[in-house]
Design a protein around this ligand. Structure first.
Ligand SMILES: [Fe+2]
Length: 390
């Protein structure tokens, strides 16, 4: 919080404030300008033509150098003072405060009322005295100054809140990326499988026409699909060869562990991550785990991540298999259409690969974020049960 405005500061502001004076009587504009300058106001613009006053006012707004005070006569040919006040008030940006001082010989209550209704703040009767002008102008400019201070302060606060929000969001996403990486760290600390799956799932989701917000959530949530591997013992997780039935059963537990870890999330992101963790090993034909769900009983995000997860595993090396060439891996996904994978998800994936194959092979180059672990589905789901490769 800044200290209250000092007298010097207000004075400096008042001396440099842009003042617009309009009165069709030249003697009045000359006198008023002289008085204002004698009180230290350096930026006084005076005119006897109200239409010119309006043009000057508009020009100031356009140039981001608005007037700080308008001193206007009421009875003028061409454009009356009331109309000028009305125009100026309407053109003043919302939330801005422009002081208007009316100089008039006509101080009938009706005229005063009209001027106030249209946006005038104060009156000086003609012929005016120097001290009156000094007092009224001083008060109005002080009010304008405080208004500007408040507006700046509110702007700074808003900016600060915006910065903090961005920082907080970045910290949250950072923490989630690191959690996904931690889950894979014991496995293969060299690659970035989790983040690649996130990006690929988002690309497929986009292709499927999911709303932008859902795609972004998918991008952030999918890397957590195997967070439950944290709960799998090393001798199973790190076993290079084929898993026994018992070991495989234990490996399947990573789905339940992941779902539990992510349960009761308070954000859409964590809620989606929980679904993905729970359903990414279900298969379209019902042969997956843990529930053996079939078709669209499997949530779409689970269907999408299943494809992204398996595909990325195929094209990267594992302790028990070589990396597959892209064409063979794509063929395998196609072959599993309607068996392992949802047909429309496979179609979206194939369209994606056909359009920009580099997208799915260069995911590492595209993903920006924390260091990830490597590889997954192959280690426990063993998607590529081909002779000689496991
Ligand atoms: Fe998994």
């Amino acid at each position: 919080m800044r200290a209250p405005a000092g007298v010097d500061e207000v004075l400096r502001y008042a001396n440099d404030a842009r003042i617009l004076v309009v009165d069709d009587e030249p003697a009045n504009t000359v006198l008023l300008e002289r008085i204002l300058r004698s009180f230290g106001h350096r930026q006084v613009t005076a005119t006897t033509d109200p239409l010119e006053a309006w043009t000057l006012f508009e020009h100031g707004l356009r140039q981001h150098a608005p007037f700080d005070l308008l001193c206007t006569d009421l009875h003028m040919p061409g454009l009356g003072g009331l109309q000028l006040i009305e125009r100026v008030t309407a053109a003043t940006p919302q939330g801005d405060f422009l002081p208007i001082l009316v100089l008039t010989a006509d101080l009938q209550p009706a005229a005063e009322h009209e001027a106030l209704v249209r946006g005038a703040q104060d009156f000086v009767t003609k012929p005016f005295r120097k001290e009156q002008i000094q007092l009224r102008v001083g008060n109005l400019l002080r009010t304008r100054y405080l208004h500007l201070q408040l507006r700046d302060h509110a702007g700074r606060l808003e900016e600060l809140v915006r910065e903090r929000t961005i920082e907080l969001e970045a910290a949250r996403l950072d923490a989630l990326e690191r959690l996904a990486s931690a889950a894979e760290y014991r496995d293969h600390a060299t690659g970035r499988h989790a983040q690649r799956v996130g990006l690929l799932a988002a690309l497929v989701g986009e292709r499927l026409g999911l709303p932008e917000e859902e795609v972004e959530l998918l991008h952030r949530a999918a890397p957590l699909h195997d967070v439950g591997k944290i709960g799998i013992p090393d001798h199973i997780l790190l076993k290079p060869g084929r898993l026994t039935d018992d070991e495989f059963s234990q490996m399947k537990e990573h789905v339940a562990v992941g779902s539990r870890l992510l349960s009761q999330g308070r954000s859409r992101l964590i809620v989606m991550a929980e679904r993905i963790a729970a359903y990414h090993h279900e298969r379209w034909d019902g042969s997956g785990y843990p529930r053996g769900l079939r078709g669209d009983d499997i949530p779409l995000v689970g269907q999408i991540v299943a494809v992204a997860d398996v595909f990325d595993t195929l094209i990267h090396e594992r302790p028990y298999k070589h990396a597959w060439p892209l064409a063979e891996a794509v063929e395998e996904i196609r072959r599993q259409r309607g068996r392992w994978f949802a047909p429309r998800v496979v179609d979206a994936f194939l369209a994606l690969v056909a359009g920009r194959p580099e997208l799915v092979t260069d995911l590492d180059g595209i993903v920006v974020g924390a260091v990830g672990g490597d590889d997954d589905a192959g280690d426990h789901a063993r998607p590529v049960e081909r002779p000689g490769e496991d």
